[in-house]
Write a protein that binds this ligand. Structure first.
Ligand code: HEM
Length: 398
């Protein structure tokens, strides 16, 4: 495959099905390779890791959207993401992130272990002999966990799956007008839901994360504006489960494809942290993120102009042979697995400890409680580049 074909394939359904051959060609072409005018693909592990931590780079924030798409606030799906911390730069980012991190604490996450195990156990009990793993487990577990954290009642949880899926399309490099319309509708519905939840918790605080965030936003020094509170609650919900759903689905598929590794994990759950890191490296649920240069940059001899967009190919960096020998092999025994799947630097994933915990609890439990678990038909991938995962993964448990 030549370089132009590799780049083009990432924008085609067949190329997105398995982007790794194209990533290899792009990385071999140059660690910083031209994508489109004034846009670059960054694909080496060293460069992606370094640039994500470089304070000289910025994310596209509302001031950029005001310039290139003045009507962006009219699409509430786009607005939810742009107004969240994900697309905010310092000093606002540091303030919002501090407020969110002060509520999303290690203690609060660690306390979820029992909830995760109980919810996973119930889903396993209810699993039919023939099932779609995505619908029966990979979606409901992370939805249940993030809803439990936010204090969303159990009866309302199923409502979120389609809305989150519709909203996250705004993270893709290209989307259709119809998809953008659905993202707008999902954004409006999620905003309406959280507006009600915020009003309720302001009136009657509870022990949940929503109450803690409402309290932070109502502090005298106005740690969060009302608009920021709403957008970041939507972000926590959406970021909190589609990605983790993909980690669970992709991870199970990888384990079924490597039964010797599944057997080891079944008998020794202490292997779970390494297995989960290797799953994250081998097929990252988030494949890319973008940054902009605020000044001219020299990237290992490649001149990048101020204002240029750099697409960090996280999935390519995770399979860089310079960092991971024999990178296309799934091997949880690799030393020092440090995938860039959760990003790096100021925007490093706030939910990484929770996502890791869910997967570390779920996989050993699934393998032990369902020893007959095996593939039962062809899995179907979602046709997305940024959020990579399956739409269905048929399994049998008998
Ligand atoms: C940010 C991946 C689960 C909340 C990010 C970023 C990545 C990522 C790559 C950085 C994006 C960038 O730098 O532009 C993942 C993956 C997950 C996962 C692969 C699961 C396997 C979660 C969960 C939550 C969460 C469970 C919350 C409950 C967030 C938030 C940010 C973020 C709030 C924005 C942080 C900031 O901008 O400062 N995530 N995530 N994520 N993630 Fe996650």
């Amino acid at each position: 495959m030549d370089y132009e074909t590799a780049v083009g394939s990432l924008f085609q359904p067949e190329g997105r099905e398995d982007p790794y051959p194209a990533y290899d060609v792009i990385r071999a072409h140059a660690p910083a390779a031209p994508a489109m005018e004034n846009q670059w693909f960054i694909s080496s592990h060293a460069l992606v890791s370094r640039l994500l931590r470089d304070p000289g780079l910025r994310v596209a924030d509302k001031s950029d959207y005001d310039q290139f798409w003045p009507a962006w606030r009219e699409n509430r799906g786009v607005a939810s993401v742009v107004l969240s911390m994900l697309q905010t730069n310092p000093p606002d980012h540091s303030r919002v992130r501090r407020a969110a991190a002060s509520t999303f604490t290690a203690r609060r996450v660690a306390a979820m272990r029992e909830v995760i195990a109980a919810q996973a156990g119930e889903l396993i009990d209810e699993m039919p002999a023939e099932a779609d793993f995505m619908s029966a487990f990979a979606y409901p577990l992370p939805i249940g966990v993030i809803c439990a954290l936010l204090g969303i009642p159990e009866g309302e949880r199923r409502w979120f799956r389609q809305r989150a899926a519709d909203l996250t399309v705004v993270l893709e490099p290209i989307s259709t007008e119809e998809e953008m319309g659905r993202a707008d509708k999902a954004g409006r519905e999620l905003e309406a839901y959280f507006t009600g939840l915020i009003a309720d918790r302001r009136h009657t605080p509870r022990e949940d994360l929503t109450s803690a965030l409402v309290e932070a936003s109502d502090a005298d020094d106005a740690v969060l504006t009302g608009e920021e509170l709403l957008a970041n609650l939507v972000l926590l919900l959406v970021a909190g489960f589609e990605t983790t759903t993909n980690l669970l689905g992709t991870g199970l598929k990888i384990l079924m494809d490597h039964p010797e590794q599944a057997d080891r994990l079944r008998t020794d759950p202490s292997l779970a942290p390494n297995v989960v890191e290797e799953i994250l490296r081998y097929d990252s649920p988030v494949q890319l993120t973008s940054r902009f240069a605020t000044a001219p940059l020299d990237l290992d001899g490649v001149e990048v102009a101020a204002g240029a967009m750099m697409t960090m190919l996280l999935g390519a960096a995770n399979r860089d042979p310079a960092r991971y020998p024999d990178p296309h092999r799934f091997d949880p025994d690799r030393p020092n697995i440090q995938p860039v799947s959760f990003g790096g630097g100021a925007h490093y994933c706030l939910g990484a400890p929770l996502a890791r915990l869910e997967a570390q609890v779920a996989f050993p439990l699934l393998l032990n409680r369902l020893p007959g678990l095996a593939p039962a038909g062809n899995p179907v991938r979602r046709d997305r580049l940024t959020l990579r995962g399956y739409s269905s993964l048929p399994i049998t448990t008998s």
